[in-house]
Every structure is written in structure tokens, then in C-alpha cells.
Design a protein around this ligand. Structure first.
Ligand SMILES: [Zn+2]
Length: 353
């Protein structure tokens, strides 16, 4: 659990740190993550204003034939309207681009990111969502999809649920879910990739995110939902603020967990899938309160161990890949130091239930 918590803390620190630092710090060298982020955003500004750099692709492609040295990994949606090289006004060999609908993260995507970070030494990972994203719309709408499209929407749905907690209108929900999905995929990347987590922990890699505005062409940086910007002009002040904020955040999280448990006891009908999602977002704690989760017969348990857990006991959802676990209708939990597989009610996993 400590490991999982550490991962989430690293993610939180990074998101916040990036914003605190990006407003105030002059990067130390020409290839620092923040310099590279600045370069990306300057390219986007040229795109927005139509002042594009001239390119000589014929010469550049010959120069690049032997090796590539990209300076940023862009993880973005497959949508045809947001080609990263165009909207960041970059050329061949500069951006290592990984695209899936809804920029969802899975092992293949993570393998691509890890390759670029570890072997090409790219120190900036930028998650780029966009307005009016069809994949996010599909995750909001729910319904019947092919298994492969479901694999996408299932990975976006937790972000939609988070957005649902704070907005109501359709347009508001879509925009909120798009922003949440950027943050969610950033979190998943850290959570599910040990190499990335280590590189970020050692401050060798920075992960940032933004949302592309279709009409203006502008990439709007994503601000962490509970962070604040600082006008402090130096890195140490920013770091100090960061520590204070982290402390406040952890207390706030504890309060949220307590609040969620209270709500859960009131809402007896909360779906199991919802409960697992909350558990995933809130330190992976789960209370075994649902009869559907625990039943004293063989078809609910993979191993004898799980039958010995009484309903109402607290267990911890074991990493990794909770979504995969959910997709397989299993829950891997930790109870009294043991790792146990619990088979859950498949009906509970229907999206939108
Ligand atoms: Zn999209």
C-alpha cells in the first residue's frame, strides 16, 4: 500500500510542482524539462498566431536518417484535428508521439513512453486532450460498444465519474470530463509504470498536460483541480509552498475519504463499480459492505481465503491495473497481509450502472 500511496503522491507532487515552477523558474540548461515545455508552448503560440517557422523537410529528413533525438513525448488523442507537429509548430524528429482515442493509457502506450524516456532520454511527457473529444463523449454516453471500443471507454469512465461529482450541465460535463481525463491518464501513467515513476521521482522527467482548443488552436495547460498558482519568484519559495500544499492536500484527502464512507453508508445502492472507482481514487481503500462482493459459496471466491472475510471488513484494493481487474470482473484485495481474489457480480460492472 505504501508503494501505491507513494505513486499517487508522486503524481500529485509533480502536477502541482509543474505549475508552481513553470510560472517562475528559468530553466538551468537548454534541455531541461521546463525548457522543453516552454519550447512546446512557444511553438503552439506561433501556430495560434500563424507565425510558423519555415521548414526544409527535404534537408531535415536526411539529417535525421541516422538517429532521432526528440525533446518531448506527446500522448494525445487520435482525433484528426490535432496533429502535434502542426499545433506545436515542430518538425521531423522533435516529438515522440503516442496516440490513442481519448489518449488512454494501457501497457502498450506505457511501453512506448518508457522506451522514449529511458532509451531516447526524453525528459518531458505531455498529455494532450482536446475540446469535443469523441472518445470522452462515448464514455459519457455509455451503452453497447464492441469489446475493443469498450476497452477505451472503460479507461475513460473514471474521469467522467469524477467530473460528474462537480458539474451538471451537458456542455459543462463534457469539458470537465475532458480535463479530468487528461489528469486521470497522467495519474495512470505514473501509477502503472515503475520506470516512469522512478524517473519522475528522481526529477529526470516531468509530466504535464493540456487541452487543445479547436477554434483558437491554443493548448490550455491543465491546472490540478485543487492547486493554486503562485506569484513567488523563485524555486525554493515554490518548493516550500509545494510542501505546505502537499500536507494540506493529504489532510483534505483524509477528510474526503471519511466523507465518502459516510455517503456510502447512506447510499446502500451505490454500485460496486462506483465503489471500486472511489477506492482507486482514494488510496485504494474499500469496505466490503456489499453482499454481492462476498457470498458464502464457491462461485464468488477464487480461493478459500476470500470466504473467510466477513462483509463489512476493510480491505485494500491491490495494484496494479484496477481497470483491468474490473474488466475481468475480479477484485484483487489485501486482507490481513494476504492477497486474495474476489469474484464480483458481473452485473455490477456494467458501465453507468
Ligand atoms: Zn479525442
Amino acid at each position: 500500500m505504501h508503494c501505491n500511496r507513494l505513486r499517487l503522491d508522486v503524481a500529485g507532487r509533480l502536477f502541482l510542482g509543474l505549475f508552481l515552477l513553470s510560472v517562475s523558474v528559468q530553466a538551468q540548461d537548454s534541455s531541461s524539462p521546463l525548457t522543453n515545455l516552454k519550447r512546446l508552448l512557444e511553438g503552439n503560440e506561433r501556430f495560434v498566431t500563424g507565425k510558423l517557422k519555415p521548414r526544409d523537410y527535404l534537408a531535415e529528413r536526411v539529417q535525421l536518417a541516422e538517429a532521432q533525438h526528440p525533446y518531448a513525448i506527446i500522448v494525445t488523442c487520435a482525433d484528426s484535428r490535432l496533429s502535434p507537429e502542426i499545433l506545436f509548430d515542430e518538425s521531423l524528429g522533435k516529438l515522440f508521439v503516442v496516440r490513442t482515442a481519448g489518449h488512454v493509457v494501457d501497457p502498450v502506450v506505457l511501453g512506448s513512453i518508457e522506451y522514449a524516456a529511458e532509451h531516447l532520454h526524453v525528459n518531458l511527457v505531455f498529455f494532450l486532450g482536446h475540446e469535443n473529444c469523441g472518445a470522452v463523449k462515448a464514455a459519457i454516453a455509455g451503452g453497447e460498444f464492441s469489446p475493443n471500443i469498450s476497452a477505451l471507454t472503460t479507461r475513460i469512465r473514471p474521469a467522467v465519474d469524477k467530473a460528474l461529482n462537480r458539474v451538471s450541465g451537458d456542455k459543462e460535463l463534457l469539458n470537465a470530463a475532458i480535463a479530468e481525463n487528461v489528469q486521470y491518464q497522467m495519474s495512470l501513467a505514473l501509477f502503472q509504470s515503475d520506470p516512469l515513476k522512478h524517473l519522475v521521482g528522481e526529477q529526470k522527467v516531468v509530466i504535464a498536460g493540456g487541452v487543445y482548443q479547436l477554434r483558437s488552436g491554443r493548448v490550455q495547460m491543465i491546472e490540478p483541480s485543487n492547486s493554486h498558482s503562485t506569484s513567488e519568484g523563485n524555486e525554493s519559495a515554490a518548493s516550500e509552498n509545494l510542501s505546505k500544499k502537499q500536507l494540506a492536500d493529504s489532510k483534505e484527502t483524509e477528510a474526503k475519504v471519511a466523507g465518502t464512507r459516510a455517503r456510502k453508508s447512506e447510499q446502500a445502492k451505490i454500485s460496486f463499480a462506483e465503489e471500486v472507482r472511489h477506492a482507486f481514487e482514494e488510496k485504494l481503500n474499500l469496505e466490503l459492505q456489499k453482499p454481492m462482493l462476498m457470498r458464502n459459496n464457491d462461485d464468488r471466491c477464487f480461493f478459500d481465503d476470500c470466504r473467510s472475510i466477513p462483509a463489512g471488513e476493510k480491505v485494500k484494493v491491490v495494484s496494479p491495473q484496477i481497470l483491468k481487474i474490473m474488466g475481468r470482473h475480479q477484485l484483487r484485495v489485501s486482507y490481513k497481509g494476504q492477497r486474495i481474489y474476489v469474484l464480483a457480480d458481473p452485473e455490477a460492472f456494467r458501465m453507468g450502472s
